[in-house]
Ligand binder design. Structure first.
Ligand code: TIU
Length: 732
């Protein structure tokens, strides 16, 4: 019997054509177009001749539904129909068809024209926004849609997948128009929908509404389900009571900080009244104590007073603890190649150090969502290396053992999370820098598909292959951050548009129980240490136990792409990112290993012809890898690899720095070359003695990385999250 809990704790309520069963964690409430323009006097709907009384009937039931779903902790998605002020996203059919009808007496004003609530259905206008009683809370998703359906030219499917949503409870207006169209569109994409009768209404009579709803559930559920409000409220109510009780505990004694730094736990504690200052004080006690264990974690640490002032300012800004932004009071660090305005960015390379005038996009974004900045962390110089042993600011060690490396280049970054000094850390990953250090410190390292998070404001290592990486305590936290940070940045030349390739959702299947995974062939795994090999075999068995189907695939593009990174010409891009004659001018200021590496790159005298050949090879391997993750029966969902083949001691690395470094990248190098996404996830510990052959009481962490194709982050993260959950359940 598997201990794997796939998060499908399900609820069931009466519906047509039969009872609707939905997994709470994978279900979102969709509230469609509850905008002033559709619901209030003088709005677009009334101007079109709509029956306002009929449409307003859905407001009170929708409010009840919204509160019940919020109380149960469900994902909430609001939509708003409307257009850009320049109307470039409005098809002419929406403007002319109805107005052009012979004998038209209703459509005197069309979309974009000025009504009393502002320009009709234009974004930013008063009438376009959601009515006061149903305003979204911070953290809820708002989708601006140009169509009647919610899926045409919007990011809704992407955002639902990013949250692992497979089921929708649907409400909103109007029944005959956007409500029905959205359910039909959702149905084509594989989502299971249940519309709630009282929480939708339209501009016509009851007969019209009934026909619309009947069409949805006709023929044993042609498009979906239709239920009524009360049975759903009845099953959600018990879930709301428990959280409300927790929230209403009288704060006679202020809640105590239990040390749990995961985002949902800390958020819940804040909602229950925990003081940010208490958390900041506790963290600083811990940070100061850890300085004695490892003084090489930070390049810049904010002062205790600064952080306490920032905590007080945040608490004052968000005084309503029921409406907190998603990262309210969540402490974080950043790798010191990421700009923070007013502070030095060193990239662990003194000649490059400069005071940043503006902050990196990633920093600004997390701060704007309430996160609390603690400091900038150590890294391998120029973000080049996987060991953590290449910085003038010292060598951090693994949080598990003082003799063993922290990994790099995001060394201090992973230690700051692993030692419980911050909840998350912003990092970068070019050759594996955002995966290897989390692997060596027992935390999660997620590298999204390149270009989906802005790289603006970060010192490049190898710009066309650089990627933002997120270091977190859990896969869910990584996913939360990704949702906040993912955005197209037109000022970042490597940014990718956010609209993703559409793969349908499997409400049962890949997202629920089974998935296909591949592993490297035995000859590739032979590079692993004995304990890494044993732990990897055990991980494969666990993946099979939780429903994974071990599937064969062609490993060669992954292996060849990895070699391309350092054996080919791509390493020259590291020099291309530096000022001309940087090497000559700064030889004495560089770390000796970095200097040796850079000299070797220059000595190769790579030609443009070689570089083009490598680019062509990269394109070929990328296409081949995409086929491995294809939307086809032969494809796999994820490739699972050991994050690193072994765990070196600091001494071993110092004795042979370049060779030892290159071995660590065996399973990470291909990631950005092939435009993959990947997440390193803890997979247990093993005795140090098993690795060293010497007596040692300690243990070291083992980590596996889940890799998948470009833009398949949502699918990959959900499998990684389920692995993490299964693993924790087994450990308990
Ligand atoms: N015209 C009409 O009935 N409805 C819309 O245009 N949008 C929605 O239904 N939300």
């Amino acid at each position: 019997m598997s201990s794997f809990n796939n998060g499908t704790d399900s609820l069931t309520f009466d519906a047509k054509p039969y009872a609707f069963t939905f997994p709470l964690k994978h279900t979102a409430l969709l509230v469609i177009d509850m905008q002033r323009d559709f619901l209030l006097e003088k709005g677009f709907g009334e101007i079109q001749g709509g029956n306002l009384e009929a449409v307003q009937a859905s407001i009170a039931p929708t409010k009840k539904l919204l509160e019940a779903c919020r109380g149960a902790g469900m994902t909430v998605v609001h939509t708003r129909e409307g257009h850009k002020p320049d109307m470039s996203d409005c098809p002419s059919s929406k403007l002319v068809r109805q107005a052009a009808a012979p004998n038209n007496t209703q459509h005197k004003l069309v979309i974009g024209e000025k009504g009393e609530l502002g320009r009709l259905l234009v974004r930013g206008e008063y009438g376009h926004d959601i009515i006061d009683e149903l305003q979204p809370l911070p953290g809820e998703v708002v989708i601006d849609k140009p169509g009647k359906g919610s899926f045409w030219n919007t990011e809704i499917l992407h955002k639902l997948k990013a949250r692992a949503i497979t089921h929708l409870i649907v409400s909103g207006v109007t029944t005959e128009c956007c409500f029905a169209t959205s359910i039909r569109e959702a149905n084509d994409r594989g989502l299971e929908c249940c519309g709630i009768e009282e929480a939708t209404s339209g501009y016509n009579d009851a007969c019209f509404k009934k026909s619309t709803l009947d069409m949805i559930h006709w023929s044993q559920g042609l498009f979906g389900f239709i239920g009524t409000l009360q049975p759903l409220l009845d099953i959600l109510a018990p879930l709301a009571v428990s959280s409300r009780n927790a929230e209403s505990t009288p704060p006679q004694t202020p809640p105590i900080f239990d040390g749990d730094l995961t985002i949902p736990s800390l958020q819940q504690a804040y909602r229950n009244g925990l003081s940010l200052v208490t958390v900041a004080e506790a963290l600083y006690d811990k940070i100061e104590a850890y300085q004695k264990t490892d003084p090489a974690v930070w390049i810049h640490l904010e002062s205790r007073d600064n952080v306490i002032s920032a905590a007080k300012a945040l608490a004052a800004k968000y005084s309503d603890r029921k409406a907190l932004p998603p990262l309210f009071g969540i402490p974080f660090s950043v790798k010191d190649s990421i700009d923070v305005a007013g502070l030095q960015t060193t990239t662990a390379c003194p000649p490059l150090a400069h005071v940043a005038s503006t902050s990196a996009v990633v920093y600004d974004r997390v701060v704007s969502e309430g996160a609390l900045f603690i400091g900038k962390t150590n890294l391998d110089q120029l973000a080049t290396g996987l060991t953590g042993c290449r910085s003038p600011w010292g060598i951090p060690h693994s949080v598990y053992h003082k003799d063993y490396i922290s990994g790099g280049s995001s060394s201090g970054n992973a230690v700051s999370v692993g030692a419980g000094l911050v909840s998350f850390s912003l990092a970068t990953d070019t050759a594996g820098s955002g995966r290897v250090p989390p692997g060596f410190n027992g935390v999660v390292g997620y590298k999204p598909t390149r270009g989906t998070i802005s790289f603006r404001g970060v010192t490049p290592a190898c710009l066309s292959l650089d990627c933002i990486a997120l270091t977190t305590c859990t896969v869910s936290d990584a996913r939360t951050l990704w949702q906040i940070l993912e955005d197209f940045d037109s000022s970042d030349p490597y940014s990718k548009p956010t609209l993703a390739f559409e793969r349908h959702v499997n409400s049962i299947g890949a997202q629920a129980k089974s998935f296909k995974f591949g592993i490297p062939p035995p000859e590739a795994l032979a590079i692993c240490s004995l304990p890494a090999r044993r732990m990897f075999n055990e991980t494969v068995a666990k993946l099979q136990k939780m429903g994974g189907l071990l599937t064969s695939f062609d490993w060669s593009p992954f292996q060849k792409a990895g070699q391309l990174l350092y054996d080919g010409t791509f390493v020259s891009e590291r020099l291309a990112s530096l000022p001309d004659d940087f090497l000559e001018k700064n030889r004495s200021a560089l770390h000796p290993v970095i200097l040796e590496l850079m000299d070797a790159v220059v000595a190769r005298q790579s030609t443009a012809v070689q570089a083009y050949r490598d680019l062509q090879a990269k394109a070929l391997y990328t296409r081949q890898a995409a086929q491995v993750f294809a939307y086809a029966a032969s494809g796999i969902d994820v490739l699972v690899v050991p994050t690193a083949p072994t765990h070196w001691t600091i001494k071993e690395v110092l004795a042979d720095p370049i060779k030892k470094n290159s071995i660590l990248g065996e399973f990470t190098h291909c990631g950005n070359v092939l435009d993959l996404c990947g997440a390193a996830v803890p997979a247990g510990t093993y005795p140090v003695s098993e690795l060293s052959g010497k007596e040692d009481e300690g243990v070291l962490p083992f980590s596996v990385t889940f890799l998948s194709g470009s833009r398949l982050d949502a699918e990959m993260l959900e499998i990684a999250r389920r692995f993490e959950e299964a693993f924790k359940a087994e450990a308990c």
